[in-house]
Design a protein around this ligand. Structure first.
Ligand SMILES: NC(=O)c1ccc[n+]([C@@H]2O[C@H](COP(=O)([O-])OP(=O)(O)OC[C@H]3O[C@@H](n4cnc5c(N)ncnc54)[C@H](O)[C@@H]3O)[C@@H](O)[C@H]2O)c1
Ligand SMILES: O=P(O)(O)OC[C@H](O)CO
Length: 336
């Protein structure tokens, strides 16, 4: 039987562990807080992140990384992106030599501008064929409530992607597609969070659907431009991990990133919004690393620029809107 170890008892780590367990894999969920681990094992629920959701009986939680990793075929990582490097360094010695490491994370590392698969390869010292990424329109709460969803499983080694696809395929609830384009799939997931912040700000300011559609479409152009510069397959961005995730995140009130932006657009201060946000809104930090990555590659990302301005540099939402709408007129396909 395939053994899977999922690191992170947050919304998505827990939900993905449910999928793996119900799909028939031996699944262990690692959490850093022993009291939450005990509650999960004792009650079959994760009250902090998925209250009211019944977890499968065969899903076990542990606070011991060594126990979780023993004999694992797939090591699935679902912690906040900016904490991955430090955490993985502590787990590395227990990771089995032939295990595949799987990123569920949607961020870009601050300081290094590395994607999560790059951080994993560097810290765990594994080749790209042993690193996979899962990304798509996957709002955890909907999936935990057993609403249908599709996702993309990406690995440069097709056989590995297919093995992981099989491990997390759970008809009629969860449908994974494979893709060899790890760069494109990861970028789609990380940058859509930044665009969702922008859409949220506009919605919070009282803007309507024309503005949301404009931001989503021009946001996709930004993602595609960055992807082209980094060698991604352009087709990836019209797929589930590109357009699919962008639409889900930018339009759903369940999105933490969109909600964060909405609160800023309504006039709350950054401190107030941070205090009101209990879960990870990756775009808040990754907007800076995405912009740095874009600048390194000479890619223009105007929406990302104003998101950094509003979130980190005290730019008002109104000023951000004025800046975007006052740019010089261009052909639609200028630079993609
Ligand atoms: N929630 C979703 O709908 C969803 C869907 C797809 C992808 N993702 C991505 O998955 C990743 C995890 O998101 P989530 O929704 O599960 O987040 P979350 O905020 O719900 O949970 C984060 C988890 O990480 C743990 N954690 C925090 N700091 C840590 C540290 N320093 N070391 C170890 N663990 C730490 C927390 O205790 C918690 O268990 C993010 O990159 C997110 O973008 C989330
Ligand atoms: O809640 P968000 O904004 O982190 O988005 C969750 C998922 O990434 C949607 O696919």
């Amino acid at each position: 039987m395939t053994k899977t170890a999922v690191f992170g008892t947050g919304s998505w780590g827990t939900t993905f562990a449910m999928i793996l367990a119900e799909a028939g894999n031996e699944t262990v969920l690692w959490g850093r807080r022993p009291e939450l681990v005990e509650t999960i094992n004792a009650t079959g629920e994760n009250p902090d992140y998925l209250p009211g959701i019944r977890l499968p009986g065969r899903l076990l939680a542990t606070a011991s990384a060594e126990e979780a990793l023993a004999g694992a075929d797939f090591v699935v990582l679902a912690v906040p992106s900016q904490t991955l490097r430090g955490s993985l360094a502590g787990w590395r010695e227990h990771i089995p030599g032939d295990a595949v490491l799987v990123s569920l994370m949607k961020g870009v590392e601050l300081g290094t501008t590395k994607r999560m698969s790059e951080v994993i390869r560097e810290v765990a010292g594994v080749p790209e064929e042993r690193v996979a990424v899962v990304s798509g329109p996957n709002l955890a709460k909907e999936i935990a409530q057993r609403q249908p969803a599709a996702t993309v499983v990406a690995c440069t080694d097709e056989a590995v992607a297919k093995r992981l696809q099989e491990a997390c395929h759970l008809p009629p609830w969860f449908r994974p597609y494979t893709n060899l384009d790890v760069v494109g799939v990861e970028l789609g997931g990380a940058v859509k969070n930044v665009i969702a912040l922008a859409v949220g700000v506009a919605v919070g300011m009282g803007m309507g659907d024309n503005v949301a559609a404009m931001m989503i479409t021009r946001g996709l152009a930004e993602i595609s431009r960055l992807g082209a510069a980094l060698g991604a397959d352009p087709h990836t961005f019209s797929g589930l991990a590109g357009m699919g995730d962008l639409v889900a995140t930018c339009t759903s009130p369940l999105s933490r990133n969109r909600t964060f932006g909405e609160n800023l657009g309504r006039g709350m201060t950054l401190e107030e919004v941070v205090a009101a946000t209990r879960q990870t809104a990756e775009g808040v930090k990754s907007c800076e690393s995405v912009l740095e990555l874009a600048r390194k590659h000479d890619v223009e990302m105007p929406i990302t620029e104003v998101v950094v301005g509003v979130v980190h540099d005290g730019m008002s939402p109104r000023e951000a809107g004025m800046l975007l709408m006052s740019r010089s007129p261009k052909p639609e396909r200028y630079g993609v």
